[in-house]
Every structure is written in C-alpha cells, then in structure tokens.
Design a protein around this ligand. Structure first.
Ligand code: SF4
Length: 267
C-alpha cells in the first residue's frame, strides 16, 4: 500500500489549533488562604451574585459541539490539536459539581486529539472522582495542584504526588511564602529516577489587596527546579513584588511581561 495514501486528505483538519477556555461550571467555595482574594468572588459580588452557588455553564458541552454549516461542517467547533484550559471560575473537583463530572470526563475522553489542563486546590477529592478507565486514554489531560504557601505544599503534595496521574504539575500562585519543594522532588520519583513533578509554575497575587511576593522566593523555587531537571514557568509578578529590599507596585498589564523579562523560565 502507498503509505502516503493510507489516510484520506479530508481527514486533515485544515484549521490551526487554538487555546480555548472551557468553563464547565461556575461558582466555588474557598479552600484555603490562597482563595482570599479570588477574582471570581470579587466579580460576582460586584454584580450582586452569590459566588458560592455552583452552576453548570452554557458552555458545558463546548469541546463536543460540531459545526452545522460551512466547509468544515460536521467537524468539532474546537479544532483538532487545541489546548483547552478548564474551570477558571470554579474547581473541577468541587463537591457541588459531582453530578456533572462523569459527563465532563466523557467529553474529555472523546476529544483525545486535544490537550486538557485543569488546576485544583482539592487533591484529596481526585482519586474518588477520576473516570473508571483512567489511564493511557487520558494521557492528554494534566491535573495540576495549587500550593500557595509551605503549609499547603506540605498538606497537598503528599496526597497529590501519590495519585496515579500521568502528569504532575505544581502551581505556586498566589505565592505567599517561600516554598521548599525539595523534600517532594526527592521522595516522589518516576520509575526512571526522574522527579514525578514535571513542571512548576509560580506567580504573585493580583488586585488592589494583593499580598507581597518576594522575588527571592521565586528564585529559590526556580533553582530547585533547575537542579532537578524540572520545567519552570514564572507566570506573573503579581501586583506587589519585593525585590532586593524594594517594593514594586506593578500594573496588571505589565505583570506577565515583567515576569517573562526576569528570564527564569526553564523549558
Ligand atoms: S479554588 Fe479557585 S475558584 Fe475556588 S474560591 Fe479558590 S481561587 Fe476561587
């Protein structure tokens, strides 16, 4: 058989992959001090809405919607290869979403041609709420955990790093104290001896009431990653950054760019 004609041309999705925000449900309850200034709370309260009520959104079925007309009719609206960020005004593992999660897993399984990313502050709920066939069929899914300070790292990482996840990713955002990941990097290893933690992302807090992030804390975590071959991403500075004894108030629009300019990222 001619290898080049193995699959028909029309199977190729002509549209470029994109990054998609998939907000399955909205509303949440605060899990720890990192939630103190949750932007979703601020926004909902400003319009008189109760942020603690968790409701399914109108975009719940977004990944499996198909185009009804045009030259790409019948294809998924979200193109093949897209990067899909989930649940940015809730927590995928929130208990009030338990009734809808299995349907969400069905959609995620169906779209194995895309990459899904979700962040949780509730790692203790993950094991009980993975799909029954969790395994290679979900290698396109990363479930990250957030640890905003050393206390939450010490509480959440032993739980999180013991889970049968295919990728382990740690967010330290908003970073509120120094965080020493070394005990967890050293203890939790893959079969080949490399750290179970594949990626660490760090960021400061935004908003008018932002708590201070010390740049020395960021540098220390970056060094822990550098020394252990772990990918590192300095996501944003936050609004109040302490560096070399000086406090900087950084406007929202510059927080990502300033972090990038620090040159700490490790791919
Ligand atoms: S877990 Fe996230 S969405 Fe929920 S209250 Fe905390 S910061 Fe807000």
């Amino acid at each position: 058989m001619d290898q080049l004609s193995l699959f028909p041309e029309e199977n190729i999705d002509p549209r470029p992959p994109i990054t998609v925000n998939w907000n399955l449900w909205h509303g949440c309850t605060k899990a720890s001090t990192g939630c103190m200034h949750c932007y979703m709370y601020r926004r909902d309260e400003s319009i008189g809405k109760d942020p603690t009520v968790v409701t399914k959104t109108e975009n719940f079925d977004l990944p499996v919607r198909v185009l009804k007309s045009g030259k790409n009719k019948g294809r998924y609206k979200v193109p093949c290869g897209s990067y899909i960020d989930t649940c940015f005004s809730s927590d995928f593992f929130h208990k009030d979403a338990d009734d809808w999660r299995s349907e969400a897993w069905d959609m995620i399984r169906e779209r194995s041609d895309c990459t899904f990313f979700m962040i949780t502050k509730r790692p203790e709920r993950i094991a009980e709420h993975l799909p029954r066939d969790w395994g290679p069929a979900f290698s396109h899914v990363t479930i990250a955990v957030t640890c905003e300070n050393q206390a939450m790292a010490d509480k959440r990482l032993p739980v999180y790093l013991s889970l049968p996840l295919l990728h382990h990713s740690v967010m330290i955002e908003p970073m509120l104290t120094a965080v020493d990941l070394r005990p967890y990097i050293e203890k939790y290893r893959k079969a080949d001896g490399s750290p179970l933690i594949e990626r660490v992302s760090v960021g400061g807090e935004s908003g008018n009431e932002a708590r201070i992030c010390d740049f020395a804390w960021v540098e220390a975590v970056q060094k822990q990653c550098l020394n252990n071959g772990i990918s590192f991403y300095y996501h944003q500075t936050g609004a109040r950054l302490l560096k070399d004894g000086k406090l900087y108030n950084i406007p929202r629009k510059l927080q990502h760019a300033q972090a990038h300019k620090a040159g700490l990222d490790i791919r």
